[in-house]
Unconditional design. Structure first.
Length: 108
């Protein structure tokens, strides 16, 4: 998946691609570097450089070990950032900060 943004927030489509086992090439703008760790779960390139995008795609095409490493890293990232896990982490923090609210076990 190629995401050649010139400006961007934190696009969910990157995590969605990783969750499907699709390697990601994206530009290093906005919130994208908070999702993509270049060489671990995707490849980051400079914005506006068609050559850099083409080179990154060619690297993934030609290096099956790197491609698999990135796919595996992407799947791990996506599994760690599901809505359920994020919700669970948030609730743990809230319960720790406000223990006197009488949390029931039903609210997890």
């Amino acid at each position: 998946m190629c995401h050649p943004a010139l400006g961007e927030g934190t696009p969910k489509v990157l995590v969605e691609a990783m969750a499907r086992g699709v390697p990601v090439v994206a530009t290093e703008v906005g919130g994208i570097p908070s999702i993509i760790r270049s060489g671990e779960n995707g490849l980051l390139v400079s914005p506006g450089s068609v050559r850099a995008i083409a080179d990154a795609i060619a690297i993934l095409r030609d290096d099956p070990l790197l491609r698999q490493q990135i796919v595996d890293g992407g799947l791990a990232f996506a599994r760690a950032h599901t809505a359920e896990r994020v919700w669970g982490s948030m609730m743990t923090i809230i319960k720790q900060q406000f223990p006197d609210l009488g949390w029931s076990e039903e609210i997890t």
